[in-house]
Design a protein around this ligand. Structure first.
Ligand code: APR
Length: 392
């Protein structure tokens, strides 16, 4: 079998790329290991940056998010000394977020691609990639019937996430991997309850960080910092709500709307960046290119930025014979990836102080306090924050 671009993975990265290529008249085949139901129900991120909305709107992929997404423009920090709000929609470049659950976006993107007659194969895993150094790279897939098929094309897009096969297809030594374990873990929660306040809230507390983020009118995302390796099952609903109430200081700022906990998952905060994010005819997009901690909700937005650049570069080559944009795909993406990594890393240090009474921990917690005070009082700092918080 043959196509022009083989896309491995139907997450936000693969699906945006597939839709942009299809709109440009470039043949592509998407292979996705999981089922359609699984992909369309997987709750992940939900904060879309202005650039993401621009890309999706320009491609006619934004009907759902423009109709059901909610504008979000304020975040609040709750500390021992009280609460302060940053109305970031009026700071920096004046950009806001659109809150739209990622699984809804994925569902829209799948429907749009299939409506265009796109070739999207669920329950079909890429099991091998070869010929990356040639002009005919091929992906071997295993479909739902268990049969192996060879799909050859001119290009391969690795959109298969952090544990995908695309990363491993690059020979050792051809790519450098930068990485950092931030040493912090979050219990990621979805609660069957409306949001408890209008803003995103970040609670900085001696027991650890707690976060509150709107999703839909009936479901709210919460985070609780927890010890590495904690068993999510040890967190009963009661224990969760007690910890959230304490760390978000509900006694002072008002009670939280409680509801059943629908999902509890421990996420270790880690980041990595591959350099370059292309090798021969293989191009990495999204988590396959760079994993970013969820502290600033950058993952899906970076994926969309990269998918747009890659689609434009492939179109320039296949339609106009211009090889240059594709040759510099990695060089164009990496500075933006590092800017997002820098901001996420800064957010981690803003939201988490080390525990304990050791000399270093006490010092670092004092720095954390100074950082929060600077953000609270300096308009220039707030502008810088807003620009990076929503920007890509
Ligand atoms: N063959 C086919 N599909 C695969 C394979 C494989 N060998 N390995 C992984 N996949 C699929 C996964 O099942 C998944 O659906 O690739 C997809 C990767 O999707 P995501 O993990 O969502 O990655 P990406 O599209 O890069 O996501 C961008 O959105 O919410 C965020 O955390 C998410 O930061 C990430 C961002």
């Amino acid at each position: 079998e043959s196509t022009t671009v083989t896309i491995i993975g139907a997450g936000p990265a693969g699906l945006v790329l597939a839709n942009l290529l299809a709109a440009a008249g470039i043949a592509c085949t998407v292979v996705e290991r999981s089922s359609r139901v699984h992909v369309e129900q997987r709750a992940r991120a939900g904060f879309l940056a202005a650039n993401t909305v621009r890309v999706l709107t320009g491609a006619g992929l934004a009907d759902g998010l423009l109709k059901h997404g909610r504008r979000h423009d304020t975040c609040a920090f709750r500390t021992a000394s009280g609460e302060f709000e940053l109305a970031y929609g009026g700071l920096g470049r004046g950009e806001v977020h659109t809150v739209y659950p990622q699984q809804d976006l994925v569902r829209d993107l799948v429907a749009a691609f299939l409506d265009r007659g796109g070739d999207l194969r669920f329950e079909t895993a890429a099991v091998a990639v070869d010929g990356l150094g040639t002009d005919r790279p091929a992906v071997t897939t295993r479909g739902p019937d268990g049969a192996l098929r060879r799909l050859s094309g001119r290009f391969v897009a690795g959109c298969d996430g952090r544990h995908g096969i695309a990363r491993t297809a690059v020979p050792a030594g051809a790519v450098r991997r930068y990485r950092r374990d931030h040493g912090v873990s979050w219990l990621a929660l979805l609660a069957a309850a409306p949001q408890s306040m209008a803003a995103v809230a970040y609670g900085v507390h001696p027991d650890g960080f707690a976060g509150h983020m709107a999703r839909t009118p009936d479901v709210t995302r919460y985070y609780l910092q927890c010890p590495r390796g904690d068993d999510p099952a040890a967190w009963t609903d009661d224990r969760i709500w007690t910890a959230l109430g304490a760390r978000l200081r509900a006694d002072r700022h008002g009670p939280l709307h409680r509801g059943a906990i629908l999902e509890r998952r421990v996420v270790d905060m880690g980041s990595d960046v591959l350099d370059p994010i292309q090798y021969g005819r293989l191009f990495l997009v999204g988590d396959a290119a760079s994993l970013i901690s969820p502290s600033a909700a950058k993952g899906a937005n970076l994926a969309v930025m990269e998918a747009e650049l890659l689609a434009a570069a492939l179109t320039a080559l296949l339609d106009g014979g211009d090889e240059r944009p594709l040759a510099r795909y990695s060089a164009d993406c990496l500075p933006r990836i590092w800017r997002a990594q820098e901001f996420s890393h800064w957010m981690i240090n803003l939201l988490h102080g080390p525990a304990g009474d050791g000399e270093e921990a006490v010092f670092l917690r004092a720095l954390q306090q100074a950082r929060l005070e600077s953000l609270q009082t300096s308009r220039r700092h707030q502008d810088h924050f807003a620009e990076n918080y929503v920007g890509i």
